[in-house]
Design a protein around this ligand. Structure first.
Ligand code: GLC
Length: 441
């Protein structure tokens, strides 16, 4: 066995999560969930949403604002009941211009600038003279006091805009709308994207009780049958990305140390699109620096030394290449990282690293779903539909299958009672559904 092969084997041992470990993680997750609900110290924030699942009868025309991190989207949606809806108009803009003209999500940008930019996008869609109730999907940990009052606890996903943490986000939005001269748009609900994903799928399928995002960030919400705030059903945003009862590798440690908020979002840093590319970069660089990818040039060291050089999409590309000589990876190395020379074993190593990181991510995520299902339905008496959105789940080869496989390992024949479904763009439509639920009360 070559040195590279034995290094990869060691990595496989570190990154593989056995069925027993899945169960152990699920168990710890469930314990954290219960502690958080009881107001005891927990890595899960367990944030109330003040909304429950829709009846499916909601109708009407609503504006929805989807603020997830990288982009902002505004949708004009019409709900027709029984899971039917249409998007009548939409606009999407990056919050950090790829051509470098503006950036509203770094430390030198202010909340005022950020929300003025967002109000500008809303004004593109809202016609003067028509009243629009607006639902806002704000995909960051927020302390919710009512359906329309959420204070940002702290940014995640490496966003750093000043003057928003601790503020009532829809108030900032409302003020920006007034400054922009669109008083006819009225923010009426604010939800997390996991809540939106759950709501959208539940509008179609009443068995839906979990909503999750496996994209730039990772987080899950679920329908708690007995929430402490209303002693009845309420959707809770667990902020599961912050779960930290996990065995970590030196690579996870490195990713965490170099992040905006070391110590926070440990599960997210092991599983989400914002970080999986980074993990692969760090592992590959480590092998390179130990002389284990000997055929790569110094260009490779330089290319792999750049933080955030690899994105979630790059990881998908590495996994997807099934050509005999891994020629797609070779082209990608040239075009993306300017590495003009590589051997097949270098490329194979990159693919194997990507597969290990992606599989670990899917199994960790599945373990948290199992923890939640065990909490709400210990003997698995009911059917559960898990709605998932995000690029990892939608686009990464094998990701969805790995989640299902992990569930089957744990639940056996009963795994058939649990369905997982892609809820594409659920976070945006979910905001419209949240307003519809609120206004029908
Ligand atoms: C981050 C945010 C969380 C969001 C998730 C997915 O984990 O903290 O609120 O749901 O990303 O976008």
């Amino acid at each position: 066995m070559s040195n590279l092969e034995s290094a990869l084997q060691k990595l496989q041992t570190q990154m593989t999560i056995s069925t027993e470990e899945v169960l152990e993680i699920a168990h710890k997750f469930r314990a954290e969930l219960a502690a958080g609900l009881a107001g005891k110290p927990s890595s899960l924030k367990m944030l109330p949403s003040f909304v429950t699942t829709p009846t499916g009868k909601e109708t009407g025309e609503f504006l929805a604002l989807d603020f997830g991190g990288t982009n902002v989207r505004v949708l004009l949606a019409e709900l027709f009941a029984e899971g039917r809806f249409t998007v009548k108009a939409s606009i999407a803009k990056p919050l950090n211009d790829p051509n470098g003209r503006y950036d509203y999500i770094y430390s030198k940008a202010s909340g005022t600038q950020l929300f003025d930019f967002i109000a500008e996008q809303i004004a593109e869609i809202a016609k003067p003279g028509i009243k629009y109730p607006l639902g806002h999907t704000f995909s960051f940990p927020s302390q919710q006091k009512s359906i329309n009052n959420a204070e940002l606890i702290h940014w995640t996903k490496e966003i750093d805009t000043t003057g928003v943490e601790g503020q009532n986000v829809n108030q900032l939005l409302g003020e920006a709308l007034l400054r922009r001269g669109v008083p006819n748009v009225m923010p009426e609900a604010i939800i997390n994207d996991t809540v939106g994903t759950l709501l959208t799928a539940a509008y179609i399928n009443q068995n839906t009780d979990l909503g999750s995002i496996c994209g730039t960030g990772h987080n899950t919400a679920y329908l708690e049958p007995n929430a402490p705030w209303n002693h009845g059903p309420m959707i809770i945003n667990t902020e599961s990305g912050n779960f930290d009862k996990l065995d970590i590798t030196k690579y996870d440690e490195q990713v965490d140390k170099a992040s905006e908020q070391p110590g926070a979002q440990r599960l997210e840093k092991m599983s989400s699109g914002r970080y999986v590319g980074e993990l692969i970069r760090i592992i590959a660089l480590d092998l390179l620096q130990h002389g284990l990818l000997p055929n790569c040039s110094t260009t490779a060291t330089q290319a792999l030394s750049v933080p955030a050089a690899l994105s979630g999409a790059d990881v998908s590309l590495l996994i997807k290449d099934s050509t005999d000589d891994l020629t797609n990876i070779s082209t990608w190395l040239e075009e993306r990282l300017h590495i003009t020379y590589s051997t097949k074993s270098d490329r194979l190593a990159l693919k194997q690293i990507a597969l290990l990181v992606a599989e670990r991510s899917a199994r960790l995520v599945a373990a948290t779903f199992i923890g939640i299902i065990n909490h709400i339905d210990e003997n698995l008496d009911r059917n559960h539909n898990i709605a998932i959105d995000g690029t990892l789940y939608e686009k990464m080869p094998g990701y969805a299958a790995n989640i299902e496989k992990t569930m089957t390992e744990v639940f056996g024949a009963k795994a058939g009672q649990i369905t997982t479904v892609l809820s594409k763009d659920g976070s945006g439509i979910g905001a419209a559904i949240a307003v519809a639920i609120t206004s029908s009360k």
